[in-house]
Design a protein around this ligand. Sequence first.
Ligand code: AMP
Ligand code: GLY
Length: 424
Amino acid sequence: MKVLIIGSGGREHAIAWSVHKSPLVDKIYCAPGNAGISEFAQCVAIGAMEFEKLADFAGTEGIDLTIVGMDDPLVGGIVDVFEERGLRIFGPRKNAAILEGSKAFSKDLMKKYGIPTAAYENFSDPLKALAYLREKASFPIVLKADGLALGKGVLICQDWEEAKEGVRQIMQDRKFGDAGRTMVVEEFLTGREVSVLAFVDGKTIRPMTSAQDHKRAQDGDRGPNTGGMGTFSPSPFYTEEIDKWCQEHIFQPTVDAMAAEGRPFTGIIFFGLMLTGDGPRVLEYNARFGDPEAQVVLPRMKNDLVEVMLACLDRRLDEIELEFEDNAAVCVVLASQGYPVSYEKGIPIHGFGNFRGREGCYCFHAGTKYTDGHIVTNGGRVLGITATGSDLKEARRRAYEATEWITFSNKYMRTDIGKAIDEQ
Ligand code: AMP
Ligand code: GLY
């Protein structure tokens, strides 16, 4: 098979690494890709939002399967464009990707089908939002831009002054663009967060092993929200009992709800959960692998990724049992100092050779490119350093050891990824 992967981050590098292991696959392309991905795939200079050009490429090259890593093209309808041309593509159609594309849609869906989530109100008029926040809200409270905002469109407000400022940023100044046309005001929940990614074929759902992200920029969960600064898998707080409950009350009901709405979902559903004192609640849905969740989940997966994706497309996921190694993985993101606000790019990176021959250590590229034959930084999140171990403590020790192998002048990382493991 010839496979085309769409995206350019650490998640797509992890997907390319997985696809590369499949005996079904002869050749991999990635559009647009990055310096690390080019180890496994031929990178093609077409942007992820250039649907027609991508479909032309897939047609001309005889691509057998296209895998979409990123949210923007899915929400924009890339799958519909490919399917209209008879090209096989893994991911939800536009009418199903709305599960991630509109938080107001997903909240209304959960309410309608009794899927547990935080209490909320949707607003498209900033004055009504302000009136609600002044008269009815209890603090802290959560404000969410409806649309895609690179994981940054969520504000936790401690008091009325912060909430007023939040409404201004999201709805009036449009800090997150059109994503802020509508805003969700949501009850603040406390508990452990866990991410569960699952394969879905429209009717059957097969959850993968759990993971936990660290969304805030600085140690101790301080600083602004980012796309994710590091992950570990599995989450020791996500027990078999909780998994069973989620399957019955959250996972299958979500798939059934989408089908009942005439929006059958094929692809990956990412459940962002909060394990509250009153039970698990959905914080958010995504319509794709998490980044950097994919960097800890895929290295632990025993199945052939391509085989599972083909089963989803053929609606025979019920024939597949997912299997994961009985180990653990930790991923520490190496970022550019200043991410997610402002940072320098184009800085040379050294030390990739240290990963050669190191079993269970991975250097996934997130924002890198080649300049004059040398790999330089090309984004806020630069690399994801993943290590596996027999348990989380060993994986964590090995991952942090491997972060020392890489140097670049504005390298920044959190030093407490997976620290929660110690509190078990
Ligand atoms: P989201 O993109 O919706 O997952 O939100 C980003 C982050 O904001 C989450 O990972 C949580 O840490 C936090 N968050 C979102 N919704 C809530 C909520 N209702 N209560 C508390 N924290 C939340
Ligand atoms: N790591 C969170 C996300 O991919 O949305």
